[in-house]
Ligand binder design. Structure first.
Ligand code: HPA
Length: 293
């Protein structure tokens, strides 16, 4: 299990000794949304398997990469490939990189994911700004903050009513307007389920009644840890498919549709995040890592 702070410290120190980049911004790229990392300038790349104490991918040939570099003048770190609970990782391991980011001096986290649209007014290809989440695995005790609390990261009982930063949300909207793509933008509640099976019709109806607008299998553990250690969070869901709520429907949720939509809209999401970064003036530039010799 990855949760001990000494492990994160070892990982962070190893990384800091190998790059001059002092990241203020971290981006966790959802599946198929990793193209953003290729935009980093002066980049330094580490394979997950080479980073001490870092989790490694369970999928052969899908080695994840941690990429440091500059985006629009900001020092960034990008995760190309995230860890999912459904792969068999503990919820603590899934969110381990976020604690490392905090030790690197990161102050803002952008998370992207693919999600199924529960809200009937959403279209495939829309981008939902996450305004809140439902931590369904948390209802059964799967919360990455369970266990002894390390006060150096944050308080025992962190508030989550402000998990998604208002200023970052409105800056994202501004970026979408400036790009003329505001019609793709929605704002709603993301519900995390453990996966890997897609939802039954009854489950989809339940999630709609609970007030969720989109459903997926990631993001929430990373956001919980980010908020615990005081990072500001912007979350974006690409609506890759509409969930099925009709017993007479011939359609079936499937990974191919998710991948197709991701391919089609990945550039839009990428450009939107770039525009957002360009517009956002990350002022909190004094970071722990920059206090290095
Ligand atoms: N359900 C859960 N996760 C998903 C979906 C879905 O319909 N689409 C993309 N990720």
């Amino acid at each position: 299990m990855h949760s001990g702070s000494w492990e994160c410290t070892e990982t962070a120190e190893w990384l800091l000794n190998r790059t001059k980049i002092c990241p203020v911004l971290a981006i966790i790229c959802g599946s198929g949304l990793g193209g953003l990392a290729d935009k980093l300038e002066e980049s330094v790349t580490f394979n997950y398997e080479d980073i001490p104490r870092f989790p490694t991918s369970t999928v052969p040939g899908h080695a994840g990469k941690l990429i440091f570099g500059r985006l629009m003048g900001h020092d960034c770190v990008c995760m190309q490939g995230r860890f999912h609970f459904y792969e068999g990782y503990s919820i603590h391991t899934v969110s381990y990189p976020v604690r490392v980011f905090s030790l690197l001096g990161v102050k803002t986290l952008i998370v992207t994911n693919a999600a199924g649209g529960l809200n009937a007014s959403y279209n495939v290809g829309d981008i939902m700004i996450i305004k809140d989440h439902i931590n369904m695995p948390g209802f059964s005790g799967q919360n990455p903050l369970c266990g002894p609390n390390d006060e150096r990261f944050g308080v025992r009982f962190p508030c989550m009513s402000d998990a998604y930063d208002s200023e970052l949300k409105s800056k994202l909207r501004g970026a979408a307007e400036a790009m003329g793509v505001a019609h793709f933008i929605r704002e709603g509640v993301y519900c995390m389920l453990a996966g890997p099976s897609y939802e039954t019709i009854a489950e989809c109806k339940l999630l709609q009644k609970l007030g969720a607008d989109a459903v997926g299998m990631s993001t929430v553990p990373e956001v919980l840890v980010a908020r615990h250690c005081g990072l500001r969070v912007l979350g974006l869901s690409l609506i890759t498919n509409k969930v099925i709520t009709d017993y007479d429907s011939e359609e079936k949720a499937n990974h191919e549709e998710v991948l197709r939509t991701t391919q089609r809209q990945t550039k839009l999401l990428q450009d939107l995040v770039l525009k957002f970064i360009y517009k956002a003036h990350f002022t909190d530039k004094i970071t722990k890592c920059c206090t290095r010799e």
